[in-house]
Design a protein around this ligand. Structure first.
Ligand code: FPP
Length: 252
């Protein structure tokens, strides 16, 4: 079954929609540089692209969207840029939280809370608490996130449970590890989209993306729109997912 959504040539098969799309929103700085603008303008345009994407993901009824909004490595950027990104996050939560909540979207934040500014911490908490009972879609915001750190923290938690005798080393399996990660209870991404032309994971969801389909787009994040999302979904739907076996498995 196919349905034409916006562009008649881009046909999405609604019976094979990804349940979880993860996005690395890259290319804001280059988008700005190409226009002779400061990098901050690229990030501001990136927030607009995020708003468009939330609407499209809502229209397409994709249950989970994860966005990489600030990596644990982004602290090494110039202080002025870090401040701008923090200010954008604060403004995004203040301006958009009510609408996200009214759309029955639950917000989950993944990443480390250690050392975060108290104002940011309380906004993150407010976003999670306000939306915790929403049962429509889930927006997962990776903030101060790094997958290796997430895995180390999970290992420390499991090691503590082994030391206290609650868990035997041989009982540690994929399920226990998954449940010890920040993403516990969230299905693994089916489709990961990275804009900006780079073809790498950059410490994003390393465990969770074991069988994820990757789509790398040359366009910069501020130029990402509904047509680009639909194009990426069509590419995902054309792929054969085998999960290590020989037989193709459907993308449902
Ligand atoms: C990568 O572009 C993007 C980021 C480091 C941050 C992404 C943030 C936003 C889209 C806006 C803030 C998000 C929220 C939730 C308010 P880059 O700067 O690395 O681009 P470049 O590779 O061209 O330099």
């Amino acid at each position: 079954m196919t349905v034409g959504l916006v562009e008649p040539q881009a046909r999405v098969d609604v019976s094979k929609m990804p349940r979880h799309v993860a996005i690395i929103m890259d290319g804001n700085g280059r988008w700005a540089a190409e226009r002779g603008l400061p990098r901050a303008e690229g990030h501001r345009a990136g927030v607009e692209a995020l708003r468009r994407t939330l609407r499209s993901v809502g229209d397409l009824r994709i249950p989970y969207l994860t966005i990489y909004s600030f990596s644990s490595e982004n602290w090494s950027r110039p202080e002025s840029e870090v401040s701008e990104l923090m200010a954008l996050l604060r403004r995004f939560i203040r301006n958009d939280l009510a609408e996200i909540h009214s759309n029955n979207v639950r917000i989950r934040i993944i990443g480390s809370r250690n050392g975060l500014d108290p104002q940011i911490l309380s906004l993150l908490r407010e976003a999670e608490e306000l939306t915790q009972d929403n049962d429509g879609q889930t927006l997962v915001v990776a903030f101060n996130y790094g997958a290796r750190n997430e895995i180390i923290t999970a290992i420390q938690g499991l090691a503590a449970r082994v030391a206290s005798g609650q868990v035997k080393p041989a009982d540690i399996d994929e399920r226990l590890v998954s449940d010890a990660l920040d993403t516990a209870g969230i299905p693994e991404p089916d489709l990961l989209i990275r804009t900006g032309g780079e073809q790498r994971l950059s410490n994003f969801l390393l465990w969770q993306c074991a069988y994820t389909e990757f789509v790398f787009l040359p366009l910069h994040w501020p130029d990402f729109d509904r047509a680009a999302l639909i194009g990426a979904i069509c590419e995902y739907q054309a792929r054969e997912r085998r999960f290590g076996s020989l037989a193709a498995r459907s993308n449902e």
